[in-house]
Ligand binder design. Sequence first.
Ligand SMILES: [Zn+2]
Length: 89
Amino acid sequence: MTTAHGAMILAPFTAEQVVHLNGYQLSSEMHPFTCPTEHPDGHRVLVATLHGWVCPDCAYDQSWAHIFMADWPHGPSNCVSALREARRG
Ligand SMILES: [Zn+2]
């Protein structure tokens, strides 16, 4: 599947893709996917799950990701620990 933004993947994602997608979201190098709704506490960064993206603060979801995001070059262990940090926050 291809759009003007390049190749895409669609949910459901694999467990490995979820790790990479969330690693991408938590990296400071790229702008993450965010919920279109402005939440007062600022938690708008979408969280990747096996079933697609979800907003931590509302019912918004999204089913696609850029294919490069699913292979985001960070170690899986780094991604998992970063995800735990994010969920704690
Ligand atoms: Zn939201």
